[in-house]
Design a protein around this ligand. Structure first.
Ligand code: ZN
Length: 315
């Protein structure tokens, strides 16, 4: 069986972050993403799960966070076996705007050239590594125009994720089977794309020699999710990974806005495969997305208690 065309590209990136308010402010006010869903971690209802994205939270534009401050989670270490950096795309010419914007906000940033392109690299308030790259071929709708950022400068969505691994060859072989073809390499980085190609459908593999071993915790990416059209496709991939690689893959989990399975790739990065649908409009109208706490039915029964235990924040 060949699963190579089933993975369409990225779905979302999920990170463990620190404080609630600084997270909301950074992603909605500085990055100008839209908070498309305020819910809780379905596996730990004391912690928010924020979904940021474009106007409707289209797959491949979604960046999600668990603000774990005060919940006994230690600081993480960014390193191998993890998503090392999350890359966002902007239209051609917008990098200058972002360089200035970050500087005005007192955020240190530097440019690194990879594959002949400039990546503007900086940290979020929790220490997560982010970057912005210009991509004129990215035809997705820009994220969310708040009036503060003109359309020609607005973030379009997630461009790619940088995976740091100790054994690049082993991971390359896996990615090639899984659905990502190698496009180009330089001395440290290799660029991969799915059949759908381009921004939102790309991965960058970083040779992790000399990097520390990644440790899960505050300020680290927890997992990266890839999108498929249907749950049947997820199940085909699960069967393939179990048969061919002996990888243990979780059962299907109902994430309300998508259905997911999880596993660790050779190289130890936690991958999720999520269905493109049903999406964020299942429990809110488009105009109201992210405007109030939404809970799945199984947690709705405890809403009062859940709400009382959560840290209040300003939008
Ligand atoms: Zn996820």
């Amino acid at each position: 069986m060949d699963i190579k065309t089933l993975i369409k590209g990225l779905h979302h990136v999920t990170a463990t972050v620190n404080e609630v308010q600084e997270d909301v402010d950074f992603y909605t006010k500085l990055m100008c993403l839209r908070l498309v869903k305020e819910t809780v971690n379905f596996d730990n209802e004391n912690v928010y799960h924020f979904y940021y994205g474009n106007e409707i939270g289209s797959p491949s534009t979604i960046f999600t966070t668990f603000p774990y401050k005060g919940q006994g989670v230690r600081d993480g270490v960014i390193g191998t076996g993890q998503v090392y950096e999350t890359v966002f795309s902007v239209p051609d010419g917008a990098l200058q705007f972002w360089t200035k914007r970050l500087k005005t906000q007192g955020i240190d940033a530097r440019i690194e050239n990879r594959f002949g392109r400039n990546f503007l690299i900086f940290d979020d308030p929790s220490g997560l590594k982010l970057s912005i790259v210009e991509d004129d071929a990215d035809k997705r709708e820009p994220v969310w125009s708040t009036g503060e950022i003109a359309r020609e400068n607005a973030i379009i969505g997630i461009h790619s994720v940088v995976l740091a691994v100790e054994d690049t060859l082993e991971t390359m072989r896996f990615l090639n089977d899984f659905g990502y073809d190698i496009i180009k390499s330089d001395d440290k980085y290799s660029l991969f794309e799915t059949v759908e190609k381009g921004a939102g459908n790309s991965l960058i593999l970083l040779d992790g020699s000399g990097l520390p071993k990644g440790i899960n915790g505050l300020g680290t990416v927890h997992h990266v999710a890839h999108r498929v059209d249907t749950i049947e496709d997820s199940l085909k991939i699960k069967a393939y990974l179990e048969d061919v690689y002996g990888i243990s893959v979780t059962e299907v989990k109902d994430r309300k806005y998508f259905r997911s399975i999880y596993f660790r790739v050779p190289g130890n990065v936690l991958f999720e495969i999520a269905t493109s649908g049903p999406g964020f409009l299942v429990d809110e109208l488009k105009d109201e997305l992210g405007s109030s706490l939404k809970l799945p039915d199984w947690q709705e029964v405890r809403r009062d208690q859940i709400q009382k235990d959560l840290v209040p924040f300003d939008r």
